[in-house]
Design a protein around this ligand. Structure first.
Ligand code: IMP
Ligand code: MG
Length: 180
């Protein structure tokens, strides 16, 4: 069984819900046409689900698709490669696409997905729940950002460490015990 560990809350449920509604209002102001949300799995599934509901409350009718990407990380390889594990099923040509990810760090994942969808003829805007400033390896900024994230490894609200903690309704940091 997985050992229970204390998680220090960084961003609570209410704060996330309020920010989601603000982001949805900002998206609505752009007056998107034929709006498609593309959520990058797995980390953004909870954020994307809540943002879809927030967009509904703004009077929009977004459709949703998922793209499962994996970044190849190896200490000996400096340029991280991104691999498509699952692609979107819809034709994205001439659509307003909002590409959703959990964290913008090096920027490789979202830059890869944005270029791919743009090459297929979509008008792509990007939306990240969190962004870690000063961590970019490629030059990309998100069009919509939930919160700036301190340089800590965060979990919850869809984000994991070793496949655990995705279920938490808030964003937090796993506390290490003294002596570990
Ligand atoms: P990048 O922008 O291509 O470096 O990708 C960022 C990805 O790394 C995110 O989508 C997360 O899956 C993962 N990631 C980065 N920092 C964290 C963290 O603090 N907690 C959990 N996942 C993280
Ligand atoms: Mg991810």
């Amino acid at each position: 069984m997985v050992q229970e560990r204390r998680v220090r809350v960084l961003i609570d449920e209410d704060k996330i819900a309020r920010r989601n509604q603000e982001i949805a209002a900002d998206i609505a102001k752009r007056d998107p046409k034929d709006l498609l949300i593309v959520a990058i799995l797995k980390g953004s599934f909870m954020f994307a689900a809540d943002l879809m509901r927030a967009l509904h409350h703004e009077g929009l009718m977004p459709q949703v698709e998922f793209m499962h990407l994996s970044s190849y990380r190896d200490a000996t390889v400096s340029s991280g490669q991104v691999v498509i594990l699952k692609d979107v099923e819809s034709d994205v040509r001439d659509r307003d696409v909002i590409l959703i990810d959990d964290i913008l760090e090096s920027g490789r994942t979202i830059a890869f997905a944005k270029d791919l969808l743009a090459a297929r003829g979509a008008r792509v805007l990007t939306c990240c729940l969190l962004e870690k400033p000063g961590k970019r390896a490629v030059s990309i900024e998100a069009d919509f950002v939930g919160f700036s994230c301190p340089d800590l490894f965060v979990v919850g609200y869809g984000m994991d460490v070793a496949h655990s903690y995705r279920q938490l309704p808030y964003i937090g940091v796993v506390e290490t015990e003294a002596g570990e």
